[in-house]
Design a protein around this ligand. Structure first.
Ligand code: GA4
Length: 361
């Protein structure tokens, strides 16, 4: 069992100082089906819409994505069933992960630098075949509870389901990355997608569960009520190229706009939400914005979300792409490898600005 040090729980549960965020009125939306079937014009329009959303918010909704709704529902149900297991069963499920590995099941602790949130989660590596594993070896089952915890067919089906989901979402993420490149008018439409499709791509799958907001008396050791909001996952940007999120119908996701104000994103269980990550901000020389986001536990309902993070191979050199810098243009970031960036990111606290260390002066 993970025992929190004295004071840690209070730190998570302290009502955030910020007020409830107003809903984002016009969530940019891209219909992939229309992009695929709309001929040259339809595709160009979708590509322009994607690029505009990435420049303005670094965030948009994807509809017409072609991922079967039944698959989404099955993943959601299986994830909910996993999180309903006893704490010791969930922890045992992940004991196959190397102790030093960031992969596995965890509760409340985020990363290694003291961040806490009102969340429990599974973090899984994704292999080239799209299979989610804990240690990147093809036959290490990871997203599964321990032998004695649940019937073995259940364990295997959860793992298979996550694999099926990962394959479908990665394919969709790459279609979106192609539209991004087209929207930027790049000569090669696979300039971004090829990094995530690469057999050494460092991608991940995260399954989050935000239990309903705790009672105020729990938060303050029996103290009075109040309407304080509880942070599920603190504000941050994602280090990777692209993140593709799908959640159940429970609210909680918030994004920061250019002016620094926060807006909430109305949930939509049949769509996906795409975040631009730090690596894509670098490749586009800052044209696309790595969106700062967070999850607030402000509901009486559980929130379950599944996020695919598409990353480049560790050895890949990242730098602003010359055609996006333009002749005589200024490169805003120096060159670095994804391995270097990730190591640096993992040394930071969640809310830190990780890209500033890689900016040119
Ligand atoms: C944010 C995006 C992904 O969830 C993640 C997170 C990672 C973790 O939970 O271990 C990090 C966070 C994320 C960025 C900074 C570091 C690493 C927690 C943290 C404090 C899996 C990722 O790749 O980076």
């Amino acid at each position: 069992m993970v025992v929190l040090a004295k004071g840690e729980l209070e730190q998570i549960a302290l009502p955030a100082v910020h007020r409830a965020a107003p809903p984002l009125a016009d969530v940019p939306e891209v219909d992939l089906a229309a992009a695929w079937s709309g001929g040259v014009e339809g595709r160009a329009a979708a590509a322009r819409a994607v690029a505009a959303a990435c420049e303005e918010h670094g965030f948009f909704k994807v509809t017409g994505h072609g991922v079967p709704v039944q698959l989404l529902a099955r993943v959601e149900a299986a994830a909910a069933a996993f999180f309903e297991l006893q704490q010791r069963e969930k922890e045992a499920a992940m004991s196959v992960a190397a102790p030093s590995s960031p992969f596995g099941y965890a509760s409340k602790r985020i990363g290694n630098n003291g961040d806490l949130g009102w969340v429990e989660y599974l973090l899984l590596g994704v292999t080239a075949a799209g299979a989610s594993t804990g240690d990147h070896s093809a036959d290490a089952p990871l997203a599964v509870p321990a032998e004695e915890a649940v019937p073995s067919d259940w364990r295997w089906s959860f793992r298979d389901l996550l694999n099926e989901y990962t394959v479908a979402v990665r394919r969709m993420a790459c279609s979106v990355l192609e539209l991004m490149a087209e929207g930027l008018g790049m000569a090669e439409s696979d300039a971004f997608a090829r990094l995530v499709l690469h057999e050494d791509s460092d991608s991940m799958l995260r399954v989050n569960h935000y239990p309903p907001r705790p009672e105020q008396k729990q938060l303050h050791g029996g103290g009075g009520g109040g309407n304080g909001r509880v942070t599920g996952f603190g504000e941050h940007t994602d280090p990777q190229i692209i993140s593709v999120l799908r959640s159940n119908a429970t609210s909680g996701l918030e994004i920061a706009l250019r002016d620094g104000s926060w807006v909430s994103v109305p949930p939509d269980q049949s769509s996906f939400f795409v975040n631009v990550g730090d690596a894509l901000q670098v490749l586009t020389n800052g044209r696309f914005r790595s969106v700062r986001h967070r999850v607030m536990v402000n509901s009486i309902r559980s929130r379950v979300s599944v996020i695919f993070f598409g990353g480049p191979p560790p050895r890949e050199t990242l730098a602003p792409l010359p055609e996006l810098v333009g002749e005589g243009g200024r490169r805003r970031y120096r060159e670095f490898t994804w391995r270097e960036y990730k190591a640096s990111a993992y040394r930071t606290k969640l809310a830190e600005n990780r890209l500033c260390h890689f900016e040119t002066t």
